[in-house]
Design a protein around this ligand. Sequence first.
Ligand code: AMP
Ligand code: MG
Length: 307
Amino acid sequence: MLKKAIELLKNDDVVGMPTETVYGIAGSIYSEIALQKIFKIKERPFFDPLIIHVSNIEEAKTLVKNWPKSADILTDKFWPGPLTLVLEKSNKVNDLITSGLPTVAIRMPNHPIALNLIKKFGSPLAAPSANKFKKTSPTTFQHVKDEFLDNVYVLDGGSCSVGLESTILFLHENENVLEVEVLRKGFIQYSEIEKILVENGFKLKKAKLGNSILVPGNMKNHYMPKKPLVILKEGKALKDIKINFNTYVEMTLSNSPEIAARQLYSQLRISSQGKEHIIIFKEMNWHAGELWEAILDRLLKAASEVC
Ligand code: AMP
Ligand code: MG
């Protein structure tokens, strides 16, 4: 299995790769053909950059101009894991990956198959989520098969244990003053990041991001299921909206944010089968905590209407 995936990567092809966050569609960062294929298969516009996946820190260091001390502290604690660092890129990184930005996004996934694949292939892999542009992310082998049929070879790594895309953190270090900004919320929370950096003597400052560094793929519509998702705000009932009662399926999520994160994309896919709409009632406890905020961020982008 791994052997076949490596063969494909060596031949400028792409493969479906399980990670702990979501499944990715991976290609060699040094193959322009493979990089082009990723965008083509996903129908992704070239302005939306890719995350580079590494299997060790040394690889990451070769991809950036400077590897700051804060990156050592964060990767010591959170890698391998669902934290992506955005740092100034080195000239080893193809502009196709970064959409021409001066920065590159890097992470080390916490999944044995992904780590083994990168290690045995011998160099980092660029891998966005394995779904068509703006559509629901995949968290199982079958989700990727359903999305790309037989056009992509996929490694089966079971269900993703986190189920939500990585936290993306922009970092710019100058002496011990650190400009930071969470570009995308995820499983690793800002409070944890802040705590460890402050403990290590850093003064944190909110980064001033020019237009060029804003998260390019952070569009209003994203993660969208096949049937329109309608979110009902707290206190709103079905009678308050105009949707016909026979045409919806209600989607529910666990009260535990860790479980809800893991369920989210599967639930969106399952709920898309059959009825014309998906309805979810927004719960009071969804406000409490950063992980709920990350889940709510995905739901709001996946929704066609919030009533
Ligand atoms: P995906 O792997 O599909 O979740 O997409 C990767 C996302 O990472 C992109 O949509 C961007 O939001 C973000 N990203 C990648 N590279 C950069 C970068 N250099 N600066 C800011 N955000 C980035
Ligand atoms: Mg994605």
